[in-house]
Design a protein around this ligand. Structure first.
Ligand code: GLV
Ligand code: MG
Length: 347
């Protein structure tokens, strides 16, 4: 464990000083694009206007013979566009792959000043973060990059979940974490073939009053435990938690339900793998206008957050005041980013 005194020191001479707090940014959806696809890449400028984060995916779903093309496509795309307040991220290949080192060396070398976050897949423990952290510091120094490039870990192995607390605390470069339900299911030996979402067989059966009477069953959330652990690890370390992919593009309702569960549990965004999921994420991860209006009433009724008041028959105290702050602060951030929501929230 590094000494607290050394935690915020740059890891290479000439590298920028690590940030004390991750930048305040609205990141309701991390929109994945395949950078080796010329048609999609050509639309990157337009896409960047519609999403909070644009991510070039170099890892899974990219065919092996397109790995280099995806990397070069990402570099070309980053050079060709200005992204404004939209985050520019890349998901590199895993640490044990033959592509990872060139992904990092070439991308940071060519477009490191434009890159906000590197998403690192299949993180198993703090040691994975330490390795990338050190490498990035050396490259930042070499290429005179002044803004630290942040690391976002995908939580998608059983070992990673076991070590989630130390991953979240591994470096001031940590931006946050996403749940990767597909790889995690495989790593854990779960008996599913889905990319996220629920499963009809994961349920509890209600008791029945009489023998052989039909019994109700209730589907449960397969991801509840992991999301809860991830949110606690992230929030305790001042970084952000995200739900990852939802693979059934034909089921927007289930996608919305999965995103909403994650939002209610503390996640700030999710991945959008298909354009139809951008709007879902925007809706779900922007706080509900009625909740914002009620939260505003709590803050107005308790200007300094102390004591207790009743609003519409509901008790409010220091703890609900803090919850109201979370919602109103998020609504403020969303309003700055998104004029449509600014009008709705009116703050
Ligand atoms: C994402 O990478 C996942 O495996 O779910
Ligand atoms: Mg994965």
């Amino acid at each position: 464990m590094k000494l607290p005194r050394k935690f915020f020191e740059p890891l290479a001479i000439g590298a920028p000083t690590p940030l004390r707090e991750p930048p305040v940014k609205v990141e309701r959806m991390i929109h994945f694009i395949p950078p080796h696809n010329d048609k999609v890449r050509a639309r990157a400028g337009e896409l960047a206007q519609q999403v909070d984060v644009l991510l070039g995916n170099l890892e899974d779903a990219v065919p092996l013979d397109s790995k280099e093309a995806a990397r070069q496509g990402f570099i070309a795309m980053a050079k060709a566009h200005e992204f404004g307040t939209t985050g520019l991220w890349v998901r590199i290949n895993a640490l044990n792959s033959p592509w990872m080192l060139d992904d990092v060396m070439q991308i940071v070398g060519e477009v490191g000043t434009k890159l906000d976050v590197i998403m690192l897949p299949k993180v198993e423990g703090a040691w994975d973060i330490h390795y990338l952290d050190q490498l990035l510091a050396q490259l930042e120094a070499r290429h005179h990059i002044e803004k630290p490039i942040l690391i976002h870990a995908i939580l998608e192995t059983a070992e990673g979940v076991k070590n989630v607390d130390s991953i979240a605390a591994a470096s001031p470069r940590m931006h946050g974490m996403s749940l990767g339900p597909a790889d995690l299911a495989a790593s854990r030996g779960m008996k599913t073939t889905r990319v996220g979402g629920g499963h009809p067989d994961y349920k509890v059966l209600a008791d029945s009053a009489e023998a052989n009477a039909p019994r109700q069953s209730f589907q449960q959330d397969l991801w509840h435990y992991t999301i809860a652990r991830m949110v606690d690890a992230c929030m305790a370390n001042g970084i952000k938690a995200f739900y990852g992919p939802f693979g059934d593009f034909s089921d927007p309702q289930a996608c919305e339900a999965q995103f909403r569960n994650a939002f209610l549990m503390g996640c700030v965004g999710a991945w959008s793998l298909h354009p139809s999921q951008v709007g879902i994420a925007k809706q779900v991860f922007s706080p509900d206008p009625a909740e914002v209006a009620f939260a505003k009433r709590i803050l107005e009724a308790m200007p300094d957050g102390s004591g207790a008041v009743m609003i519409d028959g509901k008790m409010q105290d220091d703890a609900t005041w803090k919850q109201a702050r979370v919602i109103v602060d998020l609504a403020r951030q969303v309003s700055k980013k998104d004029p449509d929501f600014a009008k709705i929230y009116n703050i």
